[in-house]
Design a protein around this ligand. Structure first.
Ligand code: KG4
Ligand code: ZN
Length: 345
């Protein structure tokens, strides 16, 4: 049920291979959440093909929008503002969502709020638990691996990021070497639980005190291990490789997240992004943070970890309240910086 005083935000997300529209009430309650995934179309190419992604978004966007309004039993007149992913992502894919949002904003005279995709991933957590500041978000997706410090709503400070591959990217590349289907992350996760981490793989700690990450060395080490074994006519059990690789990734992510959470004296640690669906990572973080009194760990359900529009509407809700607005010149921006949100309000 909604009433006139409720704030209703319609979110649109098309940055990669999911066409998604959602409606969120008062920043925290999901009224409708529709995701049309294109994974099946990209699978046979072993990754996302940008042109195919754009075409699917064009075909799906109005269907997904109508379905979200139907689920919520709402009309466009009931909506307070339209939030849309401006970037980062594939430019042709972003453009479909941005243009749909602009057309709706223009036709229905609604405010338009531009949202950074990672701000959305972080705000997926607010659909689970209210945020308490200061907080730290561990963002692990296909394109990003970051530690983001937030002193208040809508203010993002990146205190560490990957210098090369994102965690999800490393998962997908290692999965390819093991001949697993795209996206590889969930397959490695499953295999890792069937094996033991017997291989000694590197962990890139970088300089003391740095919260940056690096996963390309680990990825190369896995590839070299597989090739060297092949040359000797041997095979290494994929379960052993997956378990060893996953242990190395999780060790670095969890250790750095705990160090940063302590140094920045945060009240909460939020997990965000597609790799947040990783069972090993969820378990390792839960176990470690159980020992930390005073720091609450928040982990979204699997459906809110991978790309969706509920998270974009959730972030859009606080940005709208802060007064952030985009005009009809808004464009998709593949290299958008999350700090664009910091100067509003
Ligand atoms: O956030 P997301 O849906 O898209 C981006 O914004 O990048 O993340 C997709 C990434 C892919 O690399 C996928 O392999 C990874 O998340 N992923 C996982 C798991 N589920 C999805 N990685 C590890 N373990 C998982 N269970
Ligand atoms: Zn994402």
């Amino acid at each position: 049920m909604t009433n006139k005083r409720d704030q209703l935000i319609l979110g649109i997300e098309t940055s990669c291979d999911e066409t998604a529209v959602a409606i969120i009430k008062n920043g925290r309650e999901i009224i409708a959440n529709v995701v049309a995934s294109q994974i099946e179309s990209h699978k046979r190419f072993g990754g996302v093909v940008p042109e195919i992604a754009s075409r699917h978004h064009v075909e799906q966007i109005t269907i997904v929008l109508e379905e979200a309004l139907r689920q919520g039993q709402l009309k466009m007149e009931d909506i307070d503002a339209i939030a849309v992913t401006e970037g980062p992502g594939l430019v042709g894919a972003l453009l479909i969502g941005v243009n749909a949002a602009k057309a709706l904003a223009f036709a229905h005279e609604k405010p338009l709020v531009n949202v950074h995709h990672i701000a959305g991933h972080i705000y997926a957590n607010r659909l689970v638990n209210e945020m308490e500041f200061p907080l730290l978000a561990l963002v692990v997706s296909g394109g990003h691996t970051e530690l983001v410090y937030m002193k208040e709503h809508g203010h993002f400070e990146v205190i560490g990021e990957t210098r090369d591959d994102a965690a999800g990217e490393a998962y997908d590349k290692v999965a390819r070497v093991l001949n697993l289907p795209y996206p590889g992350g969930p397959h490695i996760d499953r295999l890792a639980h069937e094996g033991t981490p017997d291989l000694d793989l590197p962990r890139a700690w970088l300089e003391p005190g740095s919260y940056d990450f690096s996963f390309s060395g680990l990825k190369s080490a896995v590839i070299n291990t597989v090739h060297n074994a092949e040359q000797r006519g041997e095979t290494i059990a994929p379960e052993t490789l997956a378990a060893s690789f996953q242990e190395s990734v999780i060790d670095v992510l969890v250790t750095k997240a705990i160090q940063a959470a302590e140094e920045y004296k945060v009240k909460q640690v939020l997990l965000a992004g597609g790799v947040a669906a990783n069972k090993g990572l969820r378990t390792a973080l839960t176990t470690k943070f159980q020992k930390h009194e005073g720091i609450e760990l928040v982990i979204p359900p699997l459906s809110l970890c991978t790309d969706n529009a509920a998270m974009i509407a959730a972030a859009g809700s606080v940005l709208y309240e802060k007064g952030q607005r985009a005009d009809l010149m808004l464009n998709g921006n593949p290299g958008l910086d999350i700090t664009i949100h910091n100067n509003w309000g």
